[in-house]
Structure formats: structure tokens, C-alpha cells
Design a protein around this ligand. Structure first.
Ligand code: GLN
Length: 326
């Protein structure tokens, strides 16, 4: 990548940051009390290319909890451990069109609608929980650390807060126990899920994780194969159709990228075989998605021609654009 190109990417991020830095719409999540302590005006953007270039602006080193952005990665770990059929037996891959925490199962099969909402993610957590609580959580934390390219930890205060106030998730889990979707170790499965949500990351970590998905499971900087190639496409497909909950349809229409948001204020988007984007801004809209996160992704997708079906712009592919700029 030439200096001109890298300067251009950094300038683009800075311009997008400047454009939205004064937006104050939305509210920090407060239903998990510990999340209410986030600084509402924090704002960071990171972009990592599959050839290992890292670009960031704003509060990109500020740590926060990953929350629902853990879900696609946990889904991937379940696919790797159990295979497609066994996972699909427990969780569908249909958009629910409902909120992330809705208490509902697909009426015919009684499976959760997809692994990106809480019900599906708790079913996945039950599958990957391993024989002891520490073992299952450590496996997840270590693997996510490989995707981020640095050692990661659980935020214990958020984990306690999730556990103390997670009665809605408990209700979802018991409903799934009743329907034979998860086994009787309900507290163990919930601990796995709450711990996954409480993983501490920064914006740059998320961009590296999403670039790892874009790069066929290989971390673009360490070059380590973190996830097997076979199931990455499964995860990207479900992120594309279900990653933004009841905003997923409009997101696919307007941004056109596999993505996932979390109530901690993070959002990631994947440009397959090209790059990973992440935004951190804790003010959320009514659907639990970061307001500035959505705005930034829309702007970058439009500006860089990243929409999956964008054939109209000259140089609509980011990589073509990069090559042209050389
Ligand atoms: N821990 C949160 C919950 O279970 C995750 C939700 C989210 O990020 N959308 O409610």
C-alpha cells in the first residue's frame, strides 16, 4: 500500500469522525447497571485491512465490553466443535424481526430463531460451555485473544452485573430447557453466555477480529489461522441477515455488509476478503444499536463503495480502489 493510499484512508476516517463527533442522540444502556457507567461521548473508529494495515481515530484504545459482538464468534466456535447439522438442530438461521432479548422460539421446531439474538446465543453457549465453567470461558477468551492479536480478559464487574440482573436471559434459558434445546446445566450455560458478553475489548481489537473473519479466519497481523476456513461463510451469512436484530433488513439495504452490534456500544462490519471496520460509541438507539456506529458504517460504505451489491461506483471494490491508487 502506498503512502498516498494510507494517508487517504486515515484522512477518510478522520473526516467521518469529525462529521459525527458532535452527535449526541441515543442513550447509554442502563438495564445492565454496570454499563451505565460508560462515558456517553466516547467515540472511536478502526479499520484493519486483510494485509494487516491498521487505521484508527478517536477513543480507539478505550476498553468496553464486547456484549453481543461475542455472538458470531461463539457461533463459529460451536460450528467448529460440532459441525453444521448439530448446531442447526439447536438454533435456526432465520431473522426474527424482533428485539435481541425477545422471549420467543420458532413455533414449529421450538428452536431459537438465530444465534445473533440472546436465545440463540444462550443455546450456543450451552453447546460450547465445556466440562467446567472456567474451562469453557477460558477457551473463548483465548480464542478471541488470538483474533484480536493480544491477550484479553473478562470485566469481572460487568460479569457480576449481568449475572445479578439477567433474569430475562434466565427466563429464555429455562424456556429452552423446557423445549429440550439446552441441557439441565442452565446456570453453567448462562455463566458462559454472561462471561462471553463481558469480554473487555477496544475498538482496534474489534476491527482486528472482524478483519480476521474477512481474511478467511487468519489474523492479518499475526498470520495465525484462528478460525477454520470452512465455517467463516456460515457466520458472515448470518451476520448479514440477523446481525442488527430488528434493524437487520434496513442495515442490509443501506450498508450491505455482514455486521454485529452490542449494547456496550461496539459495532463491527466485515468486508469479505478486504477489511474489518469497528466503531465504539456507547449511545444506543431504541433497538440497542450504537447511533454513531450505524452512521459511521453507512458513511464509510457509501464513501468507499463497500456495499456487497454495489456495482455502480467506479472502483466499487475497496481492493480495486487500493490498486488503482498505487
Ligand atoms: N449481555 C447483553 C444481554 O444479554 C447482550 C445484549 C446485546 O449486546 N444486544 O442482554
Amino acid at each position: 500500500m502506498t503512502t498516498t493510499t494510507t494517508t487517504h484512508i486515515q484522512e477518510t476516517l478522520q473526516n467521518v469522525y469529525d462529521k459525527f463527533k458532535d452527535v449526541r442522540d441515543g442513550e447509554v444502556a442502563s438495564y445492565i447497571p454496570e454499563l451505565a457507567k460508560a462515558k456517553p461521548d466516547d467515540f472511536g473508529i478502526s479499520l484493519t485491512t486483510v494485509d494487516g494495515q491498521v487505521f484508527s481515530v478517536g477513543d480507539f484504545e478505550k476498553e468496553f465490553t464486547i456484549q453481543s459482538i461475542c455472538k458470531p464468534f461463539a457461533f463459529l466456535m460451536a460450528l467448529e466443535e460440532f459441525g453444521r447439522d448439530a448446531v442447526l438442530e439447536k438454533v435456526c438461521v432465520e431473522p426474527s424481526g424482533d428485539a435481541f432479548n425477545s422471549i420467543e422460539l420458532e413455533p414449529k421446531t421450538m428452536r431459537p430463531f438465530n444465534p445473533m439474538i440472546n436465545a440463540g446465543a444462550i443455546a450456543i453457549a450451552s453447546m460450547i460451555k465445556k466440562s467446567s465453567r472456567d474451562c469453557g470461558v477460558q477457551y473463548f477468551v483465548d480464542k478471541m485473544g488470538l483474533a484480536a492479536g493480544r491477550k484479553l480478559d473478562i470485566d469481572q464487574a460487568v460479569l457480576v452485573s449481568e449475572t445479578e440482573t439477567g433474569n430475562r436471559n434466565r427466563a429464555i434459558a429455562y424456556l429452552m430447557l423446557n423445549c429440550g434445546i439446552i441441557d439441565a446445566a442452565v446456570d453453567h450455560a448462562l455463566h458462559q453466555y454472561f462471561a462471553q458478553c463481558s469480554l473487555k475489548v477496544n475498538c482496534q481489537d474489534l476491527a482486528m477480529m472482524s478483519a480476521t473473519l474477512a481474511n478467511m479466519g487468519i489474523n492479518p497481523v499475526t498470520k495465525q489461522q484462528v478460525f477454520g476456513l470452512e465455517y467463516v461463510k456460515d457466520v458472515l451469512a448470518v451476520m448479514f441477515t440477523c446481525g442488527l436484530y430488528d434493524y437487520a433488513g434496513e442495515w442490509a439495504y443501506r450498508v450491505g455488509l455482514p455486521a454485529k452490534s452490542g449494547v456496550g456500544g461496539g459495532i463491527v462490519a466485515v468486508v469479505n476478503r478486504q477489511l474489518g471496520i469497528s466503531v465504539y460509541s456507547p449511545r444506543l438507539d431504541a433497538k440497542g444499536n450504537s447511533v454513531r456506529g450505524i452512521a459511521v458504517c453507512k458513511e464509510l460504505a457509501a464513501h468507499l463503495g463497500l456495499h456487497a451489491f454495489d456495482f455502480t461506483n467506479v472502483g466499487s471494490s475497496f481492493m480495486e480502489w487500493l490498486t488503482a491508487a498505487k
